[in-house]
Design a protein around this ligand. Structure first.
Ligand SMILES: *Cc1c(COP(=O)(O)O)cnc(C)c1O
Length: 363
């Protein structure tokens, strides 16, 4: 059965993108591959607002997230935690054998710049991880304010996850001073899963050169050496690179400003519509994500029943809450290729399904 995903990743992939993947293979050491790799660098750099190289990692985002910590942490990494993914990054850092500090906030609360300053001022840290858009609870932290604080500490290498916000709003890597900017393919970029992008500063590579135990697969210096020849360290997921090239063409055709405006508008459309039903946003006011909405289940809707109806009668799926928020919140994505029409159709289906879904007794 085919149905459309409105969960915050993986999200729906366009037919054009799927067709782009169905091309004959090329050798990853061939001049054809070098041409493909080099042809997409300018657009990737433009999307990251950076002069730095953007490496292509054949992995989901976690590979790059783990790799970044392994590459640049010499003393200790500070993990800013306000949801499932950022919490896990602390666990991953520890599993890599890195000393790691946990700067914790309630899920749905943004990362507080003042708390970051207090922690970094201890001098204990030389790396920090920040998730811009905590997909698990739909909370978007103020990256500008956070990076302004991080820039006060020149020894600290910044690693920023933009997996679910990349290309949906401007994230100006160089201007913000982000050392390592990471994104994945199956969320804001609307590609199938399996590819991750890592834009890396010279500062980060200088640090990596001083760190032992970087391994091979995610070694930034390996990425860089190969990048200079228009290649990747190992055989990359070539079909997804075709898909990425196609997507970059789509983004260019739409125009960045229009793309940003579309995400903001559709996000607000969904928000207003569900507010009218009496739902409330889960994250703190002013910090709701622009690529998804995470609603508190204030009407006590049976979310399993709702999703069952949505899927069977309307051919679409939303998310019934991540981890410990299952049943208590639900998430609706507006990232990728959504339009006023597709969002309107989804909301119409939502209304119909909601009308026939029982409320749960509280408690
Ligand atoms: C989905 C997600 C990840 C993990 O991505 P994988 O593709 O599963 O590795 C990391 N960070 C954020 C913010 C995400 O939304």
């Amino acid at each position: 059965m085919s149905y459309k995903l409105f969960i915050p990743g993986p999200i729906a992939v366009s037919d054009k993108t799927l067709r782009a993947m169905a091309q004959p293979m090329i050798g990853h050491r061939s001049s054809d591959f070098v041409a493909l790799y080099q042809s997409i660098q300018p657009a990737l750099q433009a999307l990251c607002y950076t002069q730095d190289p953007v490496y292509l990692s054949t992995s989901s985002a976690w590979g790059s997230m783990e790799g970044a910590v392994r590459n640049v942490t010499r003393k200790k990494v500070l993990n800013c935690m306000n949801g499932a993914f950022s919490d896990k990054w602390n666990d991953v850092s520890l599993r890599c054998g890195k000393p790691a500090g946990a700067l914790k906030f309630e899920w749905g609360q943004p990362v507080d710049p003042e708390a970051v300053r207090r922690e970094l001022a201890t001098g204990a840290y030389d790396a920090i991880t920040i998730i811009h858009n905590e997909t698990s609870c739909g909370c978007m932290s103020d990256l500008g304010a956070l990076m302004a604080v991080v820039r006060e500490f020149p020894d600290v290498i910044s690693i920023v996850d933009t997996v679910s916000s990349f290309s949906a709003l401007p994230i100006k890597k160089d201007e913000l001073g982000i050392d390592i900017l990471i994104t994945g393919s199956q969320k804001a970029l609307a590609l199938p899963p399996g590819l991750s992008l890592i834009a890396t500063s010279q500062r980060a590579r200088d640090r990596a050169a001083q760190v032992e135990g970087r391994g091979y697969y995610f070694d930034l210096l390996e990425f860089h050496k190969n990048h200079e020849n228009g290649m990747t360290p190992s055989t990359p997921v070539i079909p997804l690179i075709y898909a990425l090239k196609s997507k970059l063409e789509d983004i260019n055709a739409e125009g960045l400003e229009k793309r940003y405006a579309r995400h903001a508008r559709l996000n607000q459309t969904v928000r207003d519509h569900l507010f009218a039903h009496g739902f409330k946003l889960f994250p703190r006011e002013g910090f709701g994500s622009v690529t998804l909405n995470c609603f508190a289940n204030t009407l006590n809707v049976d979310l399993v029943a709702l999703n069952k109806t949505l899927k069977s009668k309307h051919g679409l799926v939303i998310d019934g809450g991540y981890g410990k928020l299952k049943g208590k919140t639900f998430r609706i994505s507006n990232m990728g290729d959504e339009t006023d029409e597709t969002i309107a159709a989804m909301l119409k289906a939502f209304d119909a399904a909601l009308a026939e879904t029982p409320r749960q007794s509280v408690g």
